[in-house]
Design a binder for this molecule. Structure first.
Ligand code: IMP
Ligand code: MG
Length: 423
């Protein structure tokens, strides 16, 4: 495998966790470069189900090194909890297989408090965040008032820096009518988590460049999806990081010309959690998938909104990410349908659009133009090769690849490792 950037081509929850786990077999190092514990990657190994939020899915394979890069925001207490959870499942987590950037920014309790208060204040216009404090943490980073892992590794310095941050944020929380934070309690909890995390913390940029020199192969695992990108997504209904391919470079310190390929992961239909425009949303499809016990969020448990495959969105994702190849997941979710719709264009008034408008108010007004494809109406979860798939499913996948402008590489027909078809 070459150095690969894996991105979500839709609104997150494309099944990236499973594809990352599959590709990790051929990689040496797996890097997470953006987002925080708002993400939820579900990986099934044998009869065990793991949900990872911050730690790269590579941790489940022995001998692979996982790196949490500088572009990630992390809550040290949540990371420790995740490490303890993995260890309780007999997964090895040591300083040899997990490294955390000393430049990664910290999520603090006031970030969560502000996230919650801002959502409450917005009322009906809320973003529908995961309430993990992600937006306010990145806000502080950009405003240059964030605290980083490097600060946490120096207790005296951290103590000195945290005081003014708590005081300023307590004043804001008070203005919202929310309870203030206790400096001493926050300090104690964070310093304790910091001590436990210390062995993992280092300059990960240098580590990755040494690995590049040694020709070790790196997989960059994206979290969330293209349309949740802070720059290219359906702003303001987005997350606060660059979820697109460029984020893998800035969030890890690995330069663009060292990247060999970009793989876009997408579902055979579309889903979105949280608020915001969603042109192909379809209540019938949502009900069917929820009825099958599918499409409930792995981080918040919320029911995901579901809709038909949106090739207008994916076409744009292909451009922004430079997608070379695609992996299409959850094909089996469509097994029961006699016919399947696929959106190729939007109508906005009299105009026909082949890429989404930048403004969400316009996107809300877009009407999808559909092609109708014949369903296959039989189970696909046992297919091992592309040829095992029903002819209609093969045609549908080829059409998705054609509209995406990238090569079809993987089709996934279930959550297990062996339900992965390499095309
Ligand atoms: P935040 O990232 O918690 O600020 O949430 C902002 C938006 O991104 C909300 O619509 C969330 O539901 C969505 N979001 C954040 N992380 C994920 C994810 O991992 N999968 C899907 N949606 C996500
Ligand atoms: Mg998820």
């Amino acid at each position: 495998m070459s150095n690969t950037i894996l991105v979500g081509a839709q609104w997150g929850d494309e099944g990236k966790g499973k594809i990352i786990d599959f590709l990790t077999e051929d990689a040496d190092i797996v890097v997470r470069s953006q987002g925080g514990n708002n993400a939820g990657h579900t990986v099934i190994v044998g009869d065990k189900k793991y949900i990872l939020h911050l730690i790269p899915s590579g941790i489940l394979r022995p001998k692979k090194v996982c790196v949490i890069g500088n572009g990630v925001v992390l809550d040290p207490i949540a990371v420790m909890k995740e490490i303890d959870g993995l260890r309780a499942e007999k997964v090895k987590v040591t300083k040899e297989n997990l490294m955390i950037s000393d430049c990664a920014h910290l999520v603090l309790p006031y970030h969560r408090g502000l996230d919650e208060q801002r959502e409450l204040k917005k009322g009906k216009g809320k973003i529908g965040t995961t309430k993990r404090g992600i937006g306010p943490a990145y806000g502080d980073k950009i405003a240059r008032v964030g605290l980083r892992m490097a600060d946490l590794m120096q207790p005296e310095l951290f103590t000195k820096k945290l005081g003014p941050r708590i005081r300023e944020n307590n004043a804001i929380l008070k203005a919202y009518g929310a309870a203030p934070l206790n400096l001493k309690a926050v300090l104690e909890a964070y310093l304790e988590a910091g001590k436990a995390l210390a062995p993992f913390v280092r300059n990960t940029v240098v580590y990755l460049h040494d690995a590049l020199k040694a020709k070790r192969e790196i997989l960059f695992e994206g979290a969330q999806g293209t349309f949740l990108d802070i720059d290219h997504g359906t702003y303001p209904y987005v997350t606060s990081s660059n979820t697109t391919a460029g984020g893998a470079c800035t969030g890890s310190g690995v330069p663009p010309q060292r990247m060999d390929r970009v793989l876009g992961v997408m579902k055979a239909y579309t889903t979105r959690v949280g608020e915001g425009p969603f042109p192909t949303e379809n209540a019938g499809l949502s009900n069917m998938l929820h009825g099958m016990g599918r499409e409930f969020g792995s981080t918040t448990g919320r029911a995901r909104r579901c809709g038909w495959f949106d090739a207008v969105a994916v076409r744009y994702a292909g451009m922004v990410n430079g997608m070379d190849e695609i992996a299409v997941t959850n094909l089996d979710g469509l097994d029961g349908l006699p016919s399947i719709k696929l959106c190729t264009h939007y109508k906005l008034g009299k105009k026909t659009l082949d890429v989404p408008p930048s403004d969400f108010l316009q996107l809300e007004k877009c009407l999808p133009v559909y092609e109708e494809w014949q369903g296959w109406e039989r189970p696909t979860h046992e297919a091992k090769t592309f040829a095992d798939l029903p002819k209609q499913a093969q045609a549908y996948l080829h059409r998705i690849a054609e509209l995406s402008g990238a090569k079809l590489k993987i089709a996934s027909v279930g959550p297990n490792r062996d339900q992965t078809i390499v095309v």
